[in-house]
Design a protein around this ligand. Structure first.
Ligand SMILES: [Zn+2]
Length: 160
């Protein structure tokens, strides 16, 4: 029997099953398998001493208690999200402000010199489009936060 055969058969054994016959002889006498097997058995014994807390109801209680205490930390997450909102709000204000302010821009005056007053409509169309794209991106990337905000608002509203 080769070492790999012996180890493969050893690992195939059931938990309480003892190696027998040729396999037991190899595992006892082989200089490379014997130390490995004795370490495995020591680890199994150590694990058996530990309370098997994965199966205990107490473990479930601990996990649930932990989840509930983590749920108490949600406001911190929300402030973090509000911090992330700031660049978006600034970008939105800049785009919105650009729409009326573009009438006073130097670039517009030389563009108007070339294209005439007909430029106003397409320019506002482009800026309006930019804001629409911005709004879509913003809503798309903050859907959860917006939904929660709306939910908070509706649940905070006084009953009618
Ligand atoms: Zn061996």
């Amino acid at each position: 029997m080769t070492c790999s055969e012996a180890l493969s058969r050893y690992f195939d054994l059931d938990r309480e099953e003892e190696p027998t016959g040729e396999l037991a002889a190899h595992l006892r006498t082989c200089s490379s398998c014997a130390p490995l097997v004795s370490r495995m058995e020591a680890a199994q014994k150590a694990a058996a001493v530990q309370p098997s807390f994965l199966q205990s109801a107490r473990f479930t209680d601990l996990v649930m208690a932990r989840i509930q205490s983590e749920a108490g930390a949600v406001p911190n997450r929300e402030t973090a999200e509000e911090g992330a909102l700031l660049p978006w709000i600034v970008a939105g204000v800049i785009i919105l402000a650009a729409i009326p302010l573009s009438s006073f821009s130097d670039s517009l005056s030389w563009l108007s010199a070339i294209f005439g007053t007909q430029l106003d409509f397409p320019l506002h169309l482009v800026l309006g489009l930019a804001f629409t794209v911005y709004a879509l991106l913003f809503i798309g990337s903050h859907l959860q936060g917006i939904a929660r905000l709306l939910h908070l608002k509706t649940s905070a509203a006084p009953p009618r």
